[in-house]
Write a protein that binds this ligand. Structure first.
Ligand code: ADP
Ligand code: MG
Length: 257
């Protein structure tokens, strides 16, 4: 956790060190009596080349934190940074460009385009940005996620696990500063889950990729370097080098969830 004085104006993170940062992040929805504080006051640094899992009960602010860090939603107060850029100060057009060029996304529901082949889906974000895929990198990503003979298949011809491999390859293709994954294994059986989690783990280990993943699953969290636990819009606990047992033990303090 940060030991700096939170009252100071936030300095831009040093390049090459911090992939994403939130400083005194507050997000409220609604007004007056019905106001909901989704993020109470979150300050956190996410280091480059780290795999972070975000856990916590339903409604604790996990998705809100991730959406605000990824520039998909705006804070009520505070600031968020991707590498050296303060997203809170960006115009919509520049924010859209930064999201497209520097951020990768993986969703529970795969979110592939049904009429495109696996290969077309993987390079789609690059094509939309008017960029050529780096062929050597594309080949490496495809072989890492084990899609070699499936590249010409459409999503409907692939299993759930294979579809999520395509989504992982798509997220990696542009070499983003950070990948945000919202319950990426939520729709998968345990074997496909462990494959996807292993691919994400290798992307961190072998390519220095930074990944942030929301999960409810202590086994999934054990693949991460660090687990942040949210409750009522605050980070209440952190586990470094998590084991499944350590995560299960801590989550018991929340009762049912
Ligand atoms: P989690 O992902 O941990 O389940 P969320 O970040 O989705 O939690 O939600 C945190 C809190 O903010 C919850 O109380 C939720 O009901 C509320 N919330 C989230 N999105 C909205 C919204 N668009 N409008 C109103 N309240 C919202
Ligand atoms: Mg959520």
């Amino acid at each position: 956790m940060s030991t700096t004085t939170e009252e100071q104006a936030p300095a831009a993170p040093a390049p090459g060190a911090i992939a994403a940062r939130a400083v005194n992040a507050v997000k409220t929805y609604g007004e007056g009596d019905t106001v909901v504080r989704a993020l109470a006051d979150v300050t956190v640094d996410l280091a480059e080349g780290q795999y972070t899992a975000i856990m916590g009960p339903s409604g604790s602010g996990k998705s809100t934190l991730m959406h605000c860090l990824a520039g998909l939603d705006e804070l009520t107060s505070g600031s968020v940074w991707i590498e050296g850029t303060n997203l809170t100060e960006l115009k919509e057009k520049d924010l859209t460009k930064l999201r497209r060029d520097r951020i990768g996304f993986i969703f529970q529901a795969f979110n592939l385009i049904p009429t495109l082949t696996a290969e077309e889906n993987i390079v789609l974000p690059l094509s939309l940005a008017g960029q050529e895929p780096d062929q050597a990198w594309f080949d490496q990503v495809v072989s890492t996620v084990g899609l070699g003979d499936r590249l010409n298949h459409r999503p409907s011809e692939l299993s759930g696990g294979q579809q999520q491999r395509v989504a992982v390859a798509r997220a990696l293709a542009s070499k983003p500063a950070i990948i945000f994954a919202d319950e990426p294994t939520g729709n998968l059986d345990s074997r496909s889950s462990s494959e996807i989690l292993s691919f994400m783990r290798s992307a961190v280990k072998d390519y220095g990729q930074t990944i942030v993943m929301v999960t409810h699953d202590p086994v999934a969290a054990s693949y991460a370097d660090r687990v942040l636990i949210l409750a009522d819009g605050n980070i209440v606990h952190e586990i470094n080098h998590p084991t499944t047992d350590a995560v299960v033990d801590f989550m018991k303090t929340f009762g049912d969830d």
